[in-house]
Design a protein around this ligand. Sequence first.
Ligand code: MLT
Ligand code: ZN
Length: 464
Amino acid sequence: MTHTGSDALAAEMASIVGEAHVLLDPELRASYETDWTRRYSGRSRFVVRPGSTEEVAAVLRACEQASATVVPQGGNTGLVGGSVPRRGEIVLSLKRLDHLDAVDEEAGEVTAGAGATLARLQAHARDAGWAFGVDLASRDSATIGGMIATNAGGIRMMRYGPMRAQLLGIEAVKADGSVIRRMPGLRKDNTGYDLGGLLSGSEGTLAVVTRARLRLVPALPARAVALLAVPDVRAALSVAARIRASVPSVEAQEVFFAEGVELVCKHTGAPMPFSQAYPAYLLVECAAATDPAPSLVMALDGAGEVLDSAVATDRRLRDELWRYRERHTESISAEGVPHKLDIALPLGAYAEFEHRVRGAVAEVVPGARAILFGHIGDGNLHVNLLGLEPDDEGADDAVLMLVAGLGGSISAEHGVGVAKTPWLHLTRSPADIMTMAAIKRSFDPRGILNPGVILPIEPIRPRT
Ligand code: MLT
Ligand code: ZN
């Protein structure tokens, strides 16, 4: 008897990927079964770790034949419960597919395996004189496949777009084991439906991404970061707009507030950024071939809304300013398990939302705390609610209703996962949702891939 015990499917998996890559032991499975938030967790039947596209195909074919449901997983840095098991699914880890091909230096392109981390891809592009357009705080763990599956946005989205905009080609395995492949990918290719674009943001519900051809962007050696203290979010919006209109090198605009900075200082030991606390902060990064600081400072000249400022061009000082923004996530988590609501708003409604959201939460759960931060340049705000029971969704509902009423989206960049499924109808029409369900059926007719993510859970359909 092998360690796969009495589970015949596990034994079949072992014959495909090798025994060492089928994890049944609860201790070995544990890190695959709870997501980064600690809010979402479940037991898997087992974890399977294929090492090639062919092995992914064989694994999925066997699962489909055995009517076994599968949760695809990359770095497990998701924040909406879409990458961990909920009802005894098999976890299909793509981490071993981490190969990076040599950068095509003339084209500025690279082919990356789904399991390569963002940080490795960034370093690989840098070594070849290029850069990758997407960046986010979880870069050391987030994988390219997971970032495509969630259409990750991150801090440079305003300049380079989300993961979907980096995709030139895709390889992905459908539930029946067949492989979709447009590799290496062409800059121009109008031969029917854009399947890579469709898979980007499909959260593992349509097919399992195994490789991608990605565009690279110029490496810009000169950077300037400004941390600006402002009286409120309206001032942050107006300064951010002024910079966007006059500084073409701007690539990140982030907002955060007094309560978030207090938490970051408490949990990281960082000193307060200025000699006094301010209500709101705008962090801006510009990047260019030559020092962008003078044009950034010129744009700020006479901006009466700026109460205090710090500008840095050297790497260490820039990182010190960024930590007030980037370390929000871990500092909030150190206070408890938050409900994380990632939302987008039209820029014209951003300030009204910020003004109303704390009151909307307090009305439902008086003791709850709302810590806000986000990518103000793209109208994206992360609403983190502390002090709620894991399953009490009353405050989530109040926030998402407010978003919908102001013409926003219930998910800007984290995805729908299982966290937002009940509210999808708020910002997608019945026709949209029916079309999505039809697309899901055409890719995954039996419904074995990530059931209950994006769309409501359905029973597995019989083989036709
Ligand atoms: C971020 O912007 O830092 C990420 O979206 C993570 C988060 O929202 O906590
Ligand atoms: Zn974010």
